[in-house]
Write a protein that binds this ligand. Structure first.
Ligand code: AP5
Length: 223
């Protein structure tokens, strides 16, 4: 069978904390004109409502635990419904939404529902635990716009956000003990989600321990 020349309407990115899901998701959106939906960013924004769920999410996420699936799936559904209204939108990149197998299953259903499942691809970006710890403990975040500042090249020297001038701080869940919990959760919960995609022949493994551009090239080569 000839490979399809159709551009994908949905790309799903999974991987351990710090594997570069967000970094690659942004590059993919730019390349294919897709909308980025990052689960971590959207759940952190949800915390700010300060209601019962917002407060409880903050409590769980600040310790490195996973948000409950019913909250995650509801928020994902609401976001997809919202972006479906954008007339020029070509599709979506789901970054980090499918951390457990039931979420993977629900996300598949949702992509089918909105007509984005054809040609969808799932990328697993693989890095070691050591690399994860290294990247996350060193990166900083702008307290104003939320931009994550990587610990590479000239970024190591900057004292203020290079985009808005805001003060830089460590993201609340990038403390060593919390990262260890996030890695534990990944091992315990996300492996079944990976197996779910594997069984359906959807999973594409990517070596995340290469420079950002090389990771991106590897992904593009497999689309
Ligand atoms: P989330 O914000 O998604 O955090 P995470 O998955 O733990 O990982 P990060 O987003 O911090 O890293 P990333 O893989 O996106 O890598 P990045 O591109 O930033 O989720 C936070 C929390 O929300 C979870 O712990 C959980 O509580 C909750 N949550 C989210 N989704 C959920 C769900 N579905 N169910 C339940 N709970 C959920 O890169 C990391 C760093 O490395 C950056 O500094 C970057 O510049 C650098 N970098 C990237 N690529 C490279 C490279 N190739 N070489 C060198 N450096 C690199």
């Amino acid at each position: 069978m000839k490979p399809s020349s159709k551009k994908p309407k949905a790309l799903v990115v999974i991987g351990p904390p710090g594997s570069g899901k967000g970094t690659q998701a942004h590059l993919l959106c730019r390349k294919f004109g897709l909308k980025h939906l990052g689960s971590g960013d959207i759940l952190r924004a949800r915390q700010k409502k300060g209601d019962f769920t917002g407060r409880k999410l903050a409590e769980i996420m600040n310790k490195g635990g996973l948000a409950p699936s019913f909250v995650v799936v509801k928020i994902l559904g609401d976001e997809l419904e919202k972006i479906k209204k954008e007339p020029k939108l070509k599709g979506v990149v789901l970054d980090g939404w499918t951390r457990i197998d039931t979420e993977a299953m629900m996300a598949d259903e949702a992509l089918e529902w909105y007509g984005w499942n054809e040609n969808a691809k799932v990328f697993l970006i693989k890095i070691s635990k050591k690399e994860s710890l290294n990247r996350l403990t060193k990166r900083r975040q702008c307290g104003n716009c939320g931009r994550l500042i990587p610990w590479v090249g000239h970024f190591k020297k900057i004292k203020k956000c290079d985009q808005c001038g805001g003060n830089l701080k460590v993201r609340i869940d990038d403390k060593i003990e919390v990262i260890k919990n996030r890695l534990e959760e990944y091992k315990k919960e996300t492996v079944p989600a990976i197996n779910y995609y594997k069984k359906r022949g959807k999973l594409i493994e990517i070596n995340g321990e290469q420079p950002i551009e090389a990771v991106f090239r590897e992904i593009l080569g497999k689309i």
